[in-house]
Design a protein around this ligand. Structure first.
Ligand SMILES: Cc1cc2nc3c(=O)[nH]c(=O)nc-3n(C[C@H](O)[C@H](O)[C@H](O)COP(=O)(O)OP(=O)(O)OC[C@H]3O[C@@H](n4cnc5c(N)ncnc54)[C@H](O)[C@@H]3O)c2cc1C
Ligand code: FES
Ligand code: FES
Length: 464
């Protein structure tokens, strides 16, 4: 990668995209990992979408929900109306990776990558979503079910940008839910993910049903045969059981590192049964945690225009001091912070967004700095573990880590400190559930986590 292109108008972005070597980058959580593994090839140039206003924002009207293409998973999670009108999507977004990842990763990026394991896709298919696409040739809207053409392939044409994702809001007679079977509670790629929406009349008879399932075929699929079994009668145990069998019969999962095909097939009827019974019994929304933490709400930064190549200097305020340097375009923010800004608190554990040791606050949001292109941080404010302490000494949280023996080898601790500080800034008195959710992106090989959770509790209590 030689350059990062940073247009601030849609017109410029679409013109730049006519060059086949140019790839759009949103959160970068798929693309940067792919680039690191040599995926898109050495000559690719990245087009940063962050400066394009038309791609931002969530709007909800009585007829339509519109997610601008830069909508992150945490923006969906934090949106006050989406839990009501799009609960399956909110539930899927909340289970993507970790809070740090969700602060960068976008729903449109999840859709564009088109992996069968991508969690929002089943939710969006069950919500009957469409994608709005634009190129220099004009705009078109494509039903999401038609957008996916096979394994990780889509109908996105060269030069086209996803502008937005749209879908009708769930009305008062519609309930919906999304579930994930993974090998652990966080940072887990789905073994199976399933979404359902059901519309019923006042007698409980199903007027319309939409089911979508992922990680069990080359692409995430709708299940029209199983849906038809539900329509026209109430959600009886018999109908639900027959639907579960029909879903299992409609797909042919393969073995992979996460599970065997046989295991997936066996679990499908149970997942379908539990999901539909929960919808029937009216407690889908109880599967939403109270006020889930996002580790910082987005603070919109004035976009910077122009290209960054190896000669262009970037400027970042790190822990209150401005740092400028060149050679930012092909490296991560983590590498830039350590090698150019001299901040070695953030650690490289995995370099793939999995461990949280590199967590820093970028414009007030906790992120995995190994998954941020350094040039995308030009003009930003960054706080690393070094910047968390006060002028008088360690912060309350840092002191609590010492007092509660929450540190052993210490490698993971800077990441926990930044994530924990972001939690306490957002929710000064978090519940145990909120502490666990907030720290779910940070791995520790030594402590067993209990003293770490206790340190956060103690720091919160000392602030009350
Ligand atoms: C540690 C880790 C854990 C993860 N966990 C999960 C998980 O639990 N569930 C899950 O589903 N995914 C997971 N992912 C995958 C990833 O985070 C998501 O797919 C994410 O939503 C991608 O969004 P992004 O903005 O980061 O995309 P980017 O990486 O910026 O882009 C991804 C692709 O989409 C294209 N693209 C982006 N925006 C547009 C646009 N507007 N128009 C056209 N093309 C566009 C890019 O060119 C690229 O090809 C994980 C990734 C990591 C690294
Ligand atoms: S998450 Fe960034 S180094 Fe592990
Ligand atoms: S204290 Fe050693 S990895 Fe966490």
């Amino acid at each position: 990668m030689d350059r990062l292109l940073r247009p601030t108008s849609l017109e410029n972005a679409l013109a730049l995209l006519t060059d086949p070597a140019v790839r759009p980058i949103a959160g970068g959580t798929d693309l940067l990992v792919d680039l690191d593994r040599g995926g898109p090839g050495p000559d690719v140039e990245l087009l940063d979408l962050a400066g394009i206003d038309e791609l931002r924002g969530i709007t909800v009207t009585v007829d339509q929900v519109t997610l601008g293409a830069l909508t992150t998973h945490n923006e969906v999670v934090a949106h006050p109306e989406l839990q009501q009108v799009a609960l399956p999507l909110a539930q899927a977004c909340l289970e993507i990776g970790s809070p740090q990842l969700r602060n960068r990763a976008t729903v449109a990026g999840n859709v564009a990558t088109a992996s069968p394991a991508n969690d929002t896709i089943s939710a969006l298919l069950a919500l009957d979503a469409s994608v709005v696409l634009r190129s220099t040739a004009g705009e078109r809207s494509v039903a999401l079910d038609d957008f996916f053409t096979g394994f990780r392939s889509t109908d996105l044409q060269p030069g086209e940008l996803i502008m937005a994702i749209t879908f009708p809001p769930m009305g008062p007679n519609t309930t919906g839910m999304w579930v994930k079977l993974g090998n652990r509670a966080a940072q887990a790629i789905s073994v199976v993910h399933l979404a359902a929406t059901v519309t019923r009349n006042d007698h409980g008879e199903v007027l319309d049903a939409k089911l979508a399932i992922g990680s069990v075929a080359a692409r995430v699929v709708r299940l029209p045969g199983a849906e038809a079994l539900l329509v026209g009668s109430p959600l009886t145990d018999e109908r639900i059981a027959a639907t579960g069998q029909a879903v299992a019969a409609a797909v042919s999962p393969i073995d992979d590192v996460r599970a065997t095909g046989e295991y997936r097939t066996e679990t499908i009827p149970t997942l379908v049964r539990r999901t539909l019974a929960t919808l029937r019994d009216g407690d889908a929304s109880t599967r939403w945690p109270s006020d889930p933490p996002c580790l910082g709400r987005r603070q919109r930064r004035k976009p910077i225009i122009g290209e960054v190549d190896e000669l262009v200097e970037i400027s970042v305020i790190v822990n209150g001091e401005t740092h400028r340097s060149t050679r930012a375009q092909a490296r991560s923010l983590l590498a830039w912070l350590r090698d150019e800004a001299g901040m070695t608190g953030a650690k490289e554990g995995c370099a793939e967004g999995e461990c949280g040791a590199c967590t820093v606050a970028l414009d007030g949001q906790a992120v995995m700095s190994c998954l941020v292109n350094a040039a995308q941080a030009d003009g930003a404010t960054v706080v690393t573990a070094e910047g968390v302490a006060t002028a008088d000494g360690p912060s309350r949280l840092q002191q609590a880590f010492v007092d509660e023996f929450a540190v052993q080898c210490g490698f993971c601790i800077p990441g926990f400190i930044v994530a924990g500080s972001a939690l306490l800034a957002e929710i000064p008195q978090p519940t145990d559930e909120q502490i666990r959710l907030a720290l779910s992106g940070n791995l520790c090989r030594c402590t067993g986590y209990y003293p770490i959770e206790q340190a956060v509790r103690v720091a919160a209590a000392s602030d009350s």
